[in-house]
Design a protein. Structure first.
Length: 920
């Protein structure tokens, strides 16, 4: 074992101090070590304790020295073998604060001082050992390390702010540092020149709340200067903002104030007064300040009247405008300074404020546009007027509950006696209707408008359209009520403000067809009804208001207004259909239309019923109320069968032509007066009878009726089967001519051929009058005797259908007189048996009729038949019978199919009243 071998010995020892040595022997030799002290075995019954761990300060930066402390104690009196501090995982040895203190039983302080580089909040704990036992504190937080903050430079000032080249200017700045660091340097730069600043209070060492540094100098150059400061706390370099000043002026002369004026010199509360003064400076300097003090209390800056005037050597005007809130005499003072020198006007009297007796007015509140989108700029305006020329204390507008201030459109207009326009402009984000009111005050009185409607904000990205325009009827007269109708469709479902229709230049509002319908997306109908005031062709257009885009229809045509449209057919009165005229001058008459416009008539005479050959024409026959008539000389056309018709005319308008009326002219015969007028003997007899009734001469009436009877018999014999040309005749018969075998009678003579006495001119005129009256009376149901309306029961002559009231008919029958028209006997009791107040001319017919069908070879019944209609066989459906009722006397007729097919559209004669009617 030449290189050595290690041996050890383990044992326990009782407390106390020990010495030890070691010996060895290899059997031959023995060796001993020296005696060594130790170990010292102490009493160790208790573990040590660590109390009051801490760090100071708890907050600092990376330059701060932090001191960690703890108290060590051991009831055994054992000093620690080691006390360690662990900060964020780094372990350091702590040292005794008092090395001479050897008694740990009552506590012994240990500490450690260190800086911490990293920013943030640290955590730490301490542990210890007395050689036998160990202990440690809990983990604690702290300290918090923050970075060093930069200093600040604030409140740069220079005093005075204005001066001349002899003045001393002092520049100052407030230096502060959150860390309490003093500046290592602080400088000022004036117009590029750098100077060191000095502290103003050397005893102030707390920079956290600020420390003043200053620099003073004289500035020789004139003009406006600028300066800034900079500093360093050893860590940071900071620069201040650049400040303006001072202004160094070439000033040796103080300014002056002249011509202080207030205008007007008197006025009312809250009226605007204008104060002016002229500022003059011999050095040409502008004022650094110019103030007006009103009544020694109110101070206001004055402003230059003309900014372009920069020369103060010859004077520059300044002004102030304001109002006064109290009555009485007022005064003002104006003070100024050019920066070095001051001037004052002293107290100037005025103005005098009088009592305000009149309230202001708000006129013409408007908004434009009245409709728009949420991007539209709306302009509200109102005219403010005050007869005492009081300016408004305020003018406010409230739109849907939101109040805004209105401003004058022309701020220079101060004449409120004739009105000053104020406005307010805005946009609206939401859709819908807006309402607004405007209020004002002149300081004493207030006024406001009533609630105004508008504007309307719409989502009008899809303009509305018009659909289905309808005009009913398209044609009419001045009495026709026309209905205009249209549908409005809006994809945005927006109702219009109004729907207007313009017809012939006149505009009127349309009406909602369904007022409760608020849905325009699927269409909403509007209409308008009116008559047209004048004749002609109209056009119409519909316009919807309340939309952004143009919303109107194209011009729509109609209606056409004609004076005679829809009027009844003109009734031709004289000569009657099929009449024979033996005279050259013929009296023509017809019912007047009375269309409400100046009317004339056109008369035509033709050789053919289609009027392809016009023989004569008469125009501009003036209308007469009731019946229009005229005499026409027909001597130029010769004899023969003719057709005549008339129509009404008004300017370029005309009615339909009447149906052609057949007229036979036989004026070429030579004969007595009686022969020429024999065909009128019936009518003449009626006329003479009428005259006799009026005059009371029954005998003369009987004589004339006898003549009428004879003439009637003659006429019947000449035309035994057909009463009117065009009516149904017997087989082989020709309308208007006697059938073979009939007795030929000379016109104007009886059967004997003897001539009758001619009618006098008076009788002829009465004949014409009576003829017209009889026809008119038949159509209007007027009694031919008393010439008045038939009231109650009536009587219709069974032969000719002439109308009588029952009273007049009975009177004629009682006096032995016959029908005034045809001379037939009046059998009132037989005809009127059991009949009172019935339809004139109706005969009682059976309630059912039996007919025979040739197809089916059997009969069938019609019960309670209707008229003006066809009846067919119920089996084979073949048309058999057409039932028609005479429009004149009410006679009911049944017409077989073959007969109807032959004469449809032609004139036939009623089998009862012998009057003409059209077979429809």
């Amino acid at each position: 074992m030449t290189d050595g071998k290690e041996y050890y010995f383990t044992t326990t020892l009782l407390p106390g101090g020990y010495l030890y040595n070691m010996s060895t022997s290899d059997g031959a030799f023995t060796d001993f070590t020296i005696t060594y002290p130790g170990p010292s075995v102490i009493q160790n019954d208790f573990a040590p304790e660590l109390t009051n761990p801490g760090v100071s300060p708890t907050l600092g930066n990376n330059e701060t020295t932090f001191t960690f402390t703890v108290t060590y104690s051991d009831d055994d009196g054992n000093l620690p073998v080691a006390i360690n501090l662990t900060v964020n995982g780094t372990t350091l040895n702590m040292v005794a604060s008092d090395p001479g203190d050897l008694d740990p039983t009552n506590g012994k302080s240990y500490h450690l001082e260190t800086t911490l580089i990293l920013q943030g909040t640290y955590e730490y704990f301490m542990n210890c050992s007395d050689g036998a036992r160990v202990n440690s504190t809990q983990v604690l937080l702290g300290p918090t390390v923050i970075g060093n903050k930069e200093p600040q430079l604030e409140n740069l000032t220079v005093t005075p702010s204005m001066g001349n080249d002899l003045d001393l200017f002092t520049f100052s700045v407030n230096y502060s540092d959150p860390d309490g660091d003093m500046p290592t340097s602080i400088n000022i730069t004036i117009n590029g020149s750098i100077h060191a600043m000095t502290e103003q209070d050397a005893g102030d060492v707390d920079t956290t709340d600020g420390k003043i540094f200053a620099y003073s100098t004289i500035l020789s150059a004139f003009g406006m200067y600028e300066f800034n400061t900079s500093c360093s706390d050893g860590n940071y370099v900071v620069h201040s903002i650049t400040a303006q000043g001072p202004e160094v002026i070439d000033s040796r002369n103080p300014p002056t104030l002249s011509a202080p004026v207030v205008n007007p010199i008197s006025g009312f509360i809250n009226q605007v007064f204008n104060y002016t003064v002229v500022y003059t400076d011999g050095d040409g300097n502008l004022p650094s300040s110019i103030l007006i003090i009103i009544d020694g209390v109110q101070v206001f800056p004055m402003v230059e009247t003309a900014s372009s005037d920069v020369d103060t050597t010859d004077g520059k005007q300044y002004s102030y405008s304001g109002s006064l809130s109290s009555t009485g005499n007022h005064g003002f003072t104006i003070n100024c300074s050019d920066g070095l020198y001051t001037a004052s006007t002293g107290v100037i009297g005025g103005p005098i404020v009088l009592e305000n007796d009149y309230a202001p007015q708000l006129l013409n509140p408007t908004v434009t546009p009245s409709i728009g989108t949420n991007e539209t700029l709306y302009n509200f305006t109102v005219n403010y007027m005050e007869q005492e020329n009081q300016a408004p204390a305020y003018i406010n507008i409230t739109v849907n509950g939101s109040t805004h201030v209105m401003t004058p459109v022309d701020p220079g207009d101060m004449d409120f006696t004739d009105g000053v326009l104020y406005n307010f402009t805005t946009t609206f984000l939401t859709f819908g209707y807006r309402t607004f009111t405007i209020s004002c005050s002149d300081g004493l009185f207030t006024n406001s408008t009533v609630m105004q409607g508008g504007p309307r904000v719409v989502n009008d990205f899809h303009p509305p359209s018009f659909q289905s325009p309808v005009l009913t009827p398209a044609i009419g007269n001045t009495g026709t009520v026309f209905m205009f109708q249209i549908m409005l469709v809006d994809p945005d479902n927006t109702l219009p403000n109004s729907m207007d229709i313009t017809i012939g230049g006149l505009t009127a509002p349309m009406i909602e067809a369904v007022p409760t319908d608020h849905d325009t997306e699927d269409g909403k109908i509007y209409y308008y009804e009116s008559t047209m005031p004048s004749l002609g062709n109209y056009s119409w257009q519909v316009n919807a208001t309340g939309y952004l885009s143009s919303n109107q229809t194209a011009m729509l045509q109609g209606p056409e207004v004609r004076p005679f449209y829809g009027m009844p057919q003109i009734s031709l009165l004289s000569p009657s259909y099929g009449a024979v005229e033996h005279k050259e001058v013929v009296f023509f008459s017809w019912d007047s239309l009375e269309a409400g416009v100046p009317t004339v008539y056109r008369w035509q005479l033709s050789l053919s019923p289609d009027f392809s050959e016009i023989a004569l024409e008469q125009a501009n026959i003036p209308e007469v109320t009731g019946i229009t008539s005229f005499n026409k000389d027909l001597s130029s056309i010769g004899n023969g069968e003719f057709y005549w018709r008339v129509r009404a005319e008004h300017g370029s308008f005309s009615s339909n032509w009447t149906s052609p009326q057949l007229l036979t002219i036989d004026a070429g015969r030579s004969g007595t007066f009686w022969e020429e007028y024999s065909l009128y003997i019936i009518i003449a007899g009626i006329a003479i009878g009428a005259v006799g009734a009026i005059g009371g001469s029954v005998a003369a009436r009987k004589k004339r009726k006898a003549k009428a009877k004879e003439s009637l018999d003659t006429t019947k014999k000449r035309h035994p089967d057909v009463s009117r040309p065009g009516g149904p005749a017997k087989p082989g018969a020709i309308a208007g001519k006697a059938t073979p075998g009939s007795k030929k009678v000379l016109i104007g003579k009886g059967e004997s051929g003897k001539a009758q006495a001619p009618m006098t001119a008076a009788e002829l005129e009465e004949l014409r009058k009576t003829e017209n009256e009889v026809v008119k009376f038949e159509e209007r149901k007027i009694c031919v005797v008393h010439k008045g309306p038939i009231a109650g029961a009536n009587y219709l002559c069974p032969s000719c259908g002439t109308f009588y009231c029952l009273r007049c008919a009975r009177s004629l029958e009682k006096n032995g007189e016959n029908c005034w028209m045809c001379g037939a006997k009046l059998d009132i009791d037989g005809e009127m048996q059991g009949k009172q107040d019935t339809t004139p001319g109706e005969k009682n017919l059976p309630s059912s009729r039996q007919f025979y069908c040739t197809n089916c070879n059997k009969h069938f019944d019609i019960h309670e038949p209707d008229f003006q209609k066809w009846y067919s066989c119920p089996d084979c459906k073949e048309r058999l019978i057409y039932l028609k009722q005479c429009p004149h006397c009410g006679q009911k007729m049944s017409i077989h199919k073959e007969y109807h097919e032959k004469y449809k559209g032609q004139v036939i004669t009623c089998t009862r009243c012998k009057r003409n009617l059209i077979l429809s």
